[in-house]
Design a binder for this molecule. Structure first.
Ligand code: MSP
Length: 655
C-alpha cells in the first residue's frame, strides 16, 4: 500500500493562531485527505515549537513561566485543526519528553561524528528571527524581516558543520526536481548555494543568556538552538530511530511551509539529516503569504484575521474552499471578506449550490425523488462525460502537486458544464413533451456527475462533501472510494435510490461593508474593496474605441436572460441609481441596482421586459445587494433598454 506523510511547521507559541497558520493546516489536511482518497495510508503531523528566546520573552511579558505560557498557547493551536475541519494524526510539542530525548540523541550522534565543534562567533542577532545575520544579509543595518536593529553578540558556542554539505545539497536538489516545489523556491535555494555563502550553523545558546531550551548532552552549560530542536520534530514524532511509524512514513515525508521558513527547511534540515545519517525528506512544498488587502498581517496594524471568526461567519466549508481556491501555489494572496463572499456567491451558491438545488428538485418533480434509470446515451451526454473526465483528471494531477487553486479551477469546468447541460437539454421541456426516457438519462447523467464532484470535493470541504453525498443517497465511506478511478467509472449511483428534496448547502451571503480604513493604515487605496472599484451594476459606459477581443468560451460564461421589471424605485441615497425587482422566472424576483435613474423614471421601467446578465457576482451597492445587470444600448444621445424584440417567458435565455 502506498503511503503519504504530510507535516505543517510546528507553530511558535508566542501568539494566537491566525489566518496564516490556519491556511497551512488546511492545505496539509486537504492534501492528506486527497492521498487517503487515492487509497494511500496517510499520516498528518502538526504541533507547536515552544523553546527559545522568543517564547521566553513572551512568557516573561505575560508574567508566566515559559511552560505555563506554552501550555496555554499550545492548547489554542491544538484546537485550531478541529475548528478548521482538519484531522491531524498527531499533535507534537517540542516540550514533550520523547522529543527532547530524540533531539539529544541526534546532537550526540552528530557531535560524535565530528560535525559539531566548539568555536567563537560574533554576529548580528535578531531576537525576532532567533538567528544571526551576516552583514550582507542585513538591509540598511536592519533585520530584513523585522526591520529592527539586531544586537551584536560575540560568544563561544557550538557549531554544526553545515558548510561541509553545501556541494552535496546542491547536487541533491539539482537531481531531484520535486524536492523543493514550486520551482521558484527551488531556484532560490540553488542560487543561494551557488553563491557559496553557506556558513556553519551556530546551534547552541549559553545558559547564561537562555535557559529555556534543550540541554546539550555533551555540555550542560548550553541549550540547543531552537531551529535545530524544532526541525527534529518531524522525525521524533515518528519515534525515530526505531519506531515502526518512522520506517513506514519517513521515506514519504512531505513538508508544507510558507516562504518565510524556506532556508531552515531547504538548507538546515537536509544537511542535518545528512549529518545524522538519515535520508532526505521527499518534498518541501512552499506556499506564499496571505496578505490582508495587500498588506502584511500584523498585530500593530490591527489587521490580523481570526480563523475562528471566519469559520463562525461563513462556515468551515466555505472558508476552506476560498483559501484553497484563491491562493495560487507559491504566490502570495490577498485576503478580504469581500473577495471571500464574492467567491462564495459565485462558485458555491451560484454554480455548485444551484446545480444541486436544481437537480434534486427536478428529481423530485419528475421522478418522485428517486434516481431515474438511464436510457440511451446521446452525443451531448458523451461530450459532457468527456469534459468531466478531463476536469477530474486535471483536478487530480494538480492536487497531487499541491496546486489546489488550479485543481479547483479544473473541477469547476465540470460544475459549469453541468449547469449548461441542464439549460441545453431543458428537462422541463422533455417532461412537458413526455420524453421520460430521455429525461431519465439527462437527470442520471447530472446526478452521477454530482456524485463524482462531491467525492472530489472531500479533501477541500469534507463536511459539505459528506452532506452532498448524503443528499444523493450515497453516504461517504472512505474505504469504498477509489479516487484515481473516479474520472472513468460510470454508473455508481444506483437507480431507485431516494435523493434529498433540496440541497441548500451554500446560501448566498451579502457582501460585507468595506472594513474601516483604520484597519489597514497607510493603505487607503488598497483598503477599498475591489468590488467597489468596478462600475456599478448598471448600464456600462459606451466604449471609447473597439473593445478587446474575448474568446468564445469566455463569452459563453455570460448567462443572459430575459426578465420582466416588477417594481422600480429611486435609491434613497444615490441620485443615479434605481433599485429594480426583475422576474427571471425563478422562485423570487432578483433585485438589481441599476445606474439608469438619469435616463429612465421608475414608472417607465415597470412592466418592461429587459435583458439581464444573470450570473454577475452579486455585490452591495450603496447598501443594496445587486444580483445582476440590466443591459441597455446607447449612442451619444439616446439610451434604450435591450429587449428580446417580442415577449418571451421570463428566464428565457439570450444565446
Ligand atoms: N516555529 C517555526 C517553524 C518550525 S518548523 C520546524 C515557525 N513558526 S511560526 O509560528 O512563525 O509559523 C510560520 C508558519 O506559519 C509559516 O511557514 C506558515 O506555514 C504559517 N504562516 C504564518 N503567517 C502566514 C501568512 N501570513 N500566510 C501564510 N502562512 C503563514 O516559523
Amino acid at each position: 500500500m502506498d503511503r503519504f506523510f504530510v507535516t505543517t511547521p510546528i507553530f511558535y507559541v508566542n501568539a494566537k493562531p491566525h489566518l496564516g497558520h490556519a491556511f497551512t493546516t488546511i492545505l496539509a489536511d486537504s492534501v492528506s485527505r486527497f492521498h487517503a482518497l487515492m487509497g494511500e495510508e496517510t499520516y498528518f503531523l502538526t504541533g507547536t515549537d515552544e523553546h527559545g528566546d522568543k517564547i521566553a520573552k513572551a512568557a516573561e511579558a505575560a508574567g508566566q513561566s515559559p511552560k505555563e505560557y506554552a501550555d496555554q498557547i499550545s492548547g489554542m493551536f491544538r484546537s485550531l485543526a478541529p475548528m478548521l475541519g482538519a484531522k491531524p494524526n498527531q499533535f507534537i510539542r517540542t516540550t514533550d519528553a520523547d522529543h527532547i530525548k530524540t533531539v539529544q540523541k541526534v546532537l550526540q550522534k552528530v557531535y560524535e561524528a565530528g560535525d559539531i565543534y566548539f568555536g567563537e562567533y560574533g554576529g548580528h542577532y535578531c531576537f525576532g528571527c532567533e538567528r544571526f545575520y551576516t552583514e550582507k544579509e542585513l538591509v540598511d543595518g536592519l533585520c530584513p524581516d523585522h526591520k529592527t536593529k539586531p544586537e551584536y553578540i560575540s560568544e563561544k558556542n557550538y557549531f554544526f558543520r553545515m558548510s561541509k554539505y553545501q556541494g552535496w545539497l546542491h547536487d541533491y536538489i539539482s537531481e531531484h526536481p520535486d524536492f523543493i516545489r514550486p520551482a521558484r523556491y527551488r531556484n532560490e535555494v540553488l542560487s543561494l548555494l551557488e553563491s557559496g555563502a553557506l556558513e556553519d550553523l551556530c546551534i547552541s545558546r549559553p545558559k547564561s543568556r537562555l535557559t529555556w531550551g534543550i540541554e546539550l548532552p555533551f555540555d550542560t552549560n548550553f541549550v540547543c538552538y531552537v531551529w535545530f530542536d524544532a526541525l527534529l520534530n518531524y522525525v521524533s514524532a515518528l519515534n525515530y530511530p526505531r519506531g515502526e511509524r518512522f520506517k513506514k512514513f519517513w521515506p514519504v515525508a512531505n513538508h508544507v511551509v510558507a516562504k518565510d521558513i524556506l532556508k531552515p527547511h531547504a538548507v538546515f534540515w537536509p544537511t542535518m539529516l545528512k549529518a545524522a545519517g538519515l535520508q532526505p525528506y521527499q518534498s518541501l512544498n512552499v506556499h506564499g503569504y496571505w496578505l490582508v488587502r495587500d498588506t502584511k498581517m500584523s498585530k500593530s496594524l490591527g489587521n490580523v484575521v481570526s480563523p475562528r471568526n471566519m469559520v463562525d461567519t461563513y462556515g468551515v466549508s466555505a472558508f476552506r474552499y476560498f483559501l484553497l481556491r484563491e491562493m495560487a501555489f507559491g504566490s502570495d494572496a490577498s485576503f478580504t471578506e469581500e473577495a471571500l463572499v464574492t467567491r462564495l456567491n459565485a462558485d458555491l451558491a451560484n454554480d455548485l449550490g444551484n446545480l444541486f438545488n436544481r437537480a434534486l428538485s427536478m428529481t423530485h418533480k419528475y421522478f418522485d425523488g428517486k434516481v431515474p434509470a438511464p436510457g440511451k446515451e446521446f452525443q451531448e451526454d458523451a461530450e459532457l462525460k468527456h469534459l468531466g473526465l478531463d476536469a477530474m483528471q486535471g483536478f487530480q494531477t494538480n492536487f497531487g502537486e499541491f496546486r489546489t487553486a488550479r485543481a479547483l479551477e479544473s473541477l469547476w469546468e465540470l460544475v459549469r458544464a453541468l449547469n449548461k447541460y441542464i439549460d441545453q437539454t431543458a428537462p422541463w421541456t422533455l417532461y412537458k413533451n413526455k420524453q421520460l426516457d430521455r429525461l431519465g438519462t439527462v437527470l442520471y447523467v447530472v446526478l452521477e456527475h454530482m456524485r463524482k464532484l462531491a467525492v472530489h470535493l472531500w479533501p477541500v470541504m469534507p463536511e459539505a462533501s459528506e452532506k452532498m453525498l448524503e443528499q444523493l443517497g450515497m453516504p461517504f465511506d472512505l474505504s469504498k472510494v477509489a479516487l484515481a478511478k473516479e474520472p472513468e467509472v460510470w454508473g455508481v449511483l444506483e437507480s431507485g435510490v431516494t435523493v434529498a428534496e433540496t440541497s441548500n448547502l451554500f446560501p448566498r451571503v451579502d457582501v460585507p461593508e468595506p472594513a474601516p480604513v483604520s484597519q489597514a493604515p497607510g493603505k487607503a487605496a488598497a483598503a477599498k474593496p475591489k468590488a467597489e472599484k468596478k462600475t456599478a451594476s448598471a448600464a456600462p459606459a459606451a466604449p471609447a474605441g473597439p473593445a478587446e477581443n474575448v474568446e468564445f468560451a469566455d463569452f459563453q460564461k455570460l448567462d443572459l436572460r430575459v426578465g420582466t421589471v416588477l417594481e422600480a424605485k429611486k435609491h434613497p441615497d444615490a441620485d443615479k441609481l434605481l433599485v429594480v425587482q426583475v422576474s427571471l422566472g425563478e422562485d423570487k424576483p432578483r433585485q438589481i441596482v441599476a445606474g439608469l435613474a438619469d435616463r429612465f423614471s421608475p414608472e417607465e421601467l415597470v412592466g418592461k421586459q429587459v435583458v439581464v446578465v444573470a450570473n454577475l457576482t452579486p455585490r452591495k451597492l450603496r447598501g443594496f445587494v445587486s444580483q445582476g445587470m440590466i443591459l441597455v444600448a446607447k449612442d451619444a444621445e439616446v439610451t434604450r433598454l435591450l429587449t428580446a424584440g417580442g415577449t418571451l417567458d421570463d428566464g428565457g435565455k439570450v444565446a
